[in-house]
Design a binder for this molecule. Structure first.
Ligand code: ATP
Ligand code: MG
Length: 364
C-alpha cells in the first residue's frame, strides 16, 4: 500500500486555470473520491497523478518516491509510475478478444507466460467473466465490457488505482451492481485508489474520503459523513444532497438572553455561543431532518402543501410557509392533496449556520 501526496499542484491551459492550487494526501489503501461539477478540474488532477498531464507547478509523491517535482525537475513518465488507470470510456480494443485485451499490457511488461496466464485467470474470476475469454467486445453487454476494463486493471497489480468516471456509461441498475463490485475489489486488492465522479451517490457510497472540488480548488476534504452533515461552506452544502438542502437567510437577534436566527417567517434557535449580533447568516437544514406532522402540533409551524413527488421508498414534499419554500423528504409513499396543511419543526442539532459574506460554516 502506498501513500499519494500532492503539494501545490497548478495547471492552466492558456489563460484558464484548470487546477488552481491543490494539496491532497491519500492515505495508503484508502479509497478517495474527487467529486465536483463538470469542468472543475477532476480529470486534469487525475491525469497529473497518472503522469499523463504535466502540472505547471507543484510536487507529486508516491510513498517516498517523487514522481513529479517542478522545482527539482523530476518528471517520471506514466509507464514508470506503476499505476493502473481506467478512463471514462472502457476503451477496449475492438479487434481483440477479452483475454487479449487483458493481457496486452502484461505481455509488454515481458512477464513469463505462466505469470500472464495466472493473472488473467485470477482477474477474470474476480469480475466473474472467466467463461468470456474468447469473446470480442462487440459480443459483450456494456456492463461486461466495463468489467473487462476493471479486470485489465486488476491484472496489472498496481499499488495505485486511478479511475475516471468508470461507471458513467452504465444504466442505473448496473451502476449499483458495479459499485458494490468496485468496493469489494478495492478491499481485496488493498490498492490506494483515487476515483473521479460527478455522481454524489457513488462518492458517498464508495469512499473513505471525499474531496469536493470547484473551479480548480478543493472546497472540502472529509469523510462522507462530514461532507454530508458538516459541510465547510455554502458550496458543499448546495452541491451535496438530493433533494437539495433548504437555505434560509436571516439575521442573528437576541431574545430573552437567547440567540436566534430571525428569517422573518421562521425563527431558528441557536446555541448561545456567537457574539456577533445582527450578523447576516444563512441556515441550512436537510429535507429529511425536518420534523413533519400531519396533525396540528403546538409551537410547530403550519405549512401548505404545494407539490408531492413519491419516488417509491420516499416522498419529496414541497411546502410553503408564508412566502418561504421548504422541501421535505419523508421515508414513505405519501398520497396527499395539494393545499392540505402540515406542521413542521426544526431541531437545533440538524441545522448548519453559514456566514453570508464568507460562505463559511460558523459551527454554531
Ligand atoms: N487539453 C485541454 N486544453 C484546454 N483546456 C482544457 C484541456 N483539458 C481540460 N481543459 C479545461 O480545464 C478545465 C478542467 O477540465 P477537466 O477535464 O479537468 O474537468 P472535469 O472536472 O474532469 O470535468 P467533467 O466532469 O466534465 O469531466 C475545463 O474548463 C476544461 O475546459
Ligand atoms: Mg472529467
Amino acid at each position: 500500500m502506498e501513500q499519494i501526496k500532492l503539494r501545490g499542484i497548478k495547471k492552466s491551459y492558456g489563460k484558464e486555470m484548470a487546477v488552481q492550487d491543490v494539496d491532497l494526501t491519500v492515505n495508503p489503501g484508502d479509497f478517495l473520491t474527487i467529486l465536483g461539477p463538470s469542468g472543475c478540474g477532476k480529470t486534469t488532477l487525475l491525469r497529473a497523478i497518472a503522469g499523463l498531464e504535466e502540472p505547471d507547478e507543484g510536487e507529486i509523491q508516491f510513498g517516498d518516491r517523487i514522481v513529479f517535482s517542478r522545482k527539482q525537475g523530476v518528471i517520471i513518465p506514466p509507464e514508470n509510475r506503476n499505476v493502473g488507470f481506467i478512463f471514462q470510456s472502457y476503451a477496449l480494443w475492438p479487434h481483440m478478444t477479452v483475454e487479449q485485451n487483458v493481457t496486452l499490457a502484461l505481455k509488454e511488461k515481458k512477464l513469463s507466460s505462466a505469470e500472464v496466464e495466472s493473472r488473467l485467470k485470477n482477474s477474470l474470476e474476480m469480475v466473474q467473466l472467466e467463461t468470456y475469454r474468447k469473446r470480442y467486445p462487440s459480443e459483450l453487454s456494456g456492463g461486461q465490457q466495463q468489467r473487462v476494463a476493471v479486470s485489465r486493471l486488476i491484472a496489472l497489480q498496481s499499488k495505485i488505482l486511478l479511475m475516471d468516471e468508470p461507471l458513467s456509461n452504465l444504466d442505473a441498475k448496473l451502476r449499483t451492481e458495479m459499485r458494490a463490485e468496485l468496493k469489494r475489489l478495492h478491499r481485496e486488492l488493498e490498492a490506494t485508489t483515487v476515483y473521479v465522479t460527478h455522481d454524489q451517490t457513488e462518492a458517498l457510497t464508495l469512499s473513505d474520503i471525499v474531496v469536493v472540488m470547484n473551479k480548480g480548488l478543493v472546497m472540502q476534504s472529509g469523510t462522507p459523513y462530514d461532507i454530508y452533515h458538516h459541510p465547510d461552506n455554502i458550496f458543499v452544502a448546495e452541491f451535496i444532497g438530493d433533494p437539495q438542502n433548504n437555505f434560509f437567510k436571516g439575521q442573528i437577534v437576541e431574545k430573552n438572553g437567547q440567540l436566534h436566527l430571525d428569517c422573518q417567517e421562521i425563527v431558528f434557535p441557536m446555541k448561545n455561543r456567537y457574539s456577533s449580533n445582527s450578523r447576516k447568516v444563512i441556515a441550512t437544514v436537510r429535507p429529511e431532518n425536518i420534523n413533519v406532522s400531519f396533525q396540528e402540533q403546538k409551537d410547530w409551524f403550519k405549512v401548505t402543501l404545494k407539490s408531492v413527488q413519491p419516488t417509491g421508498a420516499n416522498t419529496i414534499l414541497q411546502v410553503k410557509l408564508g412566502t418561504t419554500k421548504i422541501t421535505l423528504l419523508q421515508p414513505e409513499f405519501i398520497r396527499m392533496k395539494l393545499g392540505e396543511p402540515l406542521w413542521v419543526s426544526f431541531d437545533p442539532e440538524s441545522l448548519n449556520f453559514f456566514d453570508e459574506e464568507t460562505g463559511k460554516n460558523l459551527h454554531l
